[in-house]
Design a protein around this ligand. Structure first.
Ligand code: ADP
Ligand code: MG
Length: 231
C-alpha cells in the first residue's frame, strides 16, 4: 500500500509539473506567434528574428529545467551546497527579473554546512518562489535572498519581497492546489514547493503583510544533523 501511495503521489506531482510546463510555455509561444505575424509585413525583421530566437531559448530552458523532474525515477539525494543551487536559479531567472525591473540580492553566511537534497527539486522550489516574488511586484522592487545557519544542524533560506503581500486569512489556503489570484496562474507552484520541502524533512513558512511584502522561509536539515540522527 505504501508503495502504491508513493506511486500515486509521484503521478500527482507529475501532473502538476505538466500543468506547470504548459503554463510556462504558453507565454513565450504567444509572443512567438505575435512576432511571426508581425514578421510578414515588417521592416524590422532582424529584431523580430532575435526576439523569436530568445523566446525559443526560453522554452528550451524551461523544458530542460522540468525534464529531469518529470522523469519517474526515484529521487537521488546528494550532498549539495545551497549557495550553488541558489546561484544557478538566480542566473536562470535573471532575464525575467530584469524585464520586470526587479533586483535580486543574495546574502550568504560564511562556512555554511551542506545539505542532502534532490538538486533539481530544490531548484524548482527556489524558482517557483522567486517567480512569485517577482510577480508580486508589478512595478518592480528588490528581492532579498538570505541564507543562514540555524541552531541544531539546520539551515534557513529566506526569500523576502516588497510586493503586494497576502492577507493573513489567505495564508493557510496557499498550499492548496489551484488557489491563484493571477489571471494566468496555475496555483500549483506553492503546493509543489510544500511537497518538495516536506520530502526533504524541511519546513516552509509564509509571513506576509499586505502592501509591505512577503517573507518565505525554508528550513532544511544539514548533513551533520542527518548523520547525527542516524546514530
Ligand atoms: P500561481 O503563482 O500560479 O498563482 P502559486 O501556487 O505559486 O500559484 O501561488 C498561489 C498564490 O499565492 C498566488 O496566486 C498569490 O496570490 C499568492 N502568492 C504566492 N507567493 C506570493 C508572494 N510572494 N507575494 C504575494 N502573493 C503571493
Ligand atoms: Mg507561482
Amino acid at each position: 500500500t505504501e508503495q502504491l501511495l508513493q506511486k500515486s503521489e509521484k503521478l500527482a506531482l507529475l501532473g502538476q509539473m505538466a500543468a506547470g510546463i504548459a503554463h510556462e510555455i504558453r507565454n513565450p509561444l504567444t509572443s512567438i506567434k505575435g512576432f511571426i505575424q508581425l514578421f510578414k509585413s515588417s521592416t524590422h525583421k532582424e529584431e523580430y528574428y532575435d526576439i523569436v530566437l530568445s523566446e525559443l531559448d526560453r522554452i528550451n530552458n524551461i523544458v530542460g529545467e522540468f525534464l529531469v523532474l518529470a522523469k519517474p525515477t526515484a529521487a537521488v539525494f546528494a550532498e549539495k551546497d545551497v549557495k550553488e543551487l541558489i546561484k544557478d536559479v538566480v542566473t536562470l531567472i535573471n532575464t525575467q527579473s530584469i524585464l520586470n525591473n526587479v533586483q535580486i540580492f543574495v546574502e550568504f553566511e560564511c562556512d555554511l554546512p551542506k545539505i542532502s537534497c534532490e538538486e533539481n527539486q530544490l531548484k524548482q522550489v527556489f524558482l517557483n518562489l522567486l517567480k512569485n516574488a517577482i510577480e508580486a511586484m508589478p512595478t518592480g522592487g528588490n528581492i532579498d535572498v538570505k541564507v543562514k545557519a540555524k541552531e541544531e544542524g539546520k539551515i534557513s533560506i529566506q526569500i523576502i519581497d516588497q510586493g503586494i503581500g497576502i492577507p493573513k486569512d489567505r495564508i493557510p489556503t496557499l498550499g492548496e492546489p489551484f488557489y491563484t489570484t493571477k489571471e494566468k496562474g496555475t496555483g500549483l507552484g506553492l503546493m509543489t514547493c510544500y511537497k518538495i520541502i516536506e520530502s526533504h524533512n524541511g519546513q516552509l513558512t509564509i509571513d506576509s503583510e499586505v502592501n509591505q511584502g512577503t517573507t518565505i522561509e525554508i528550513i532544511l536539515p544539514t548533513i551533520t544533523q542527518r548523520v547525527f540522527s542516524l546514530t
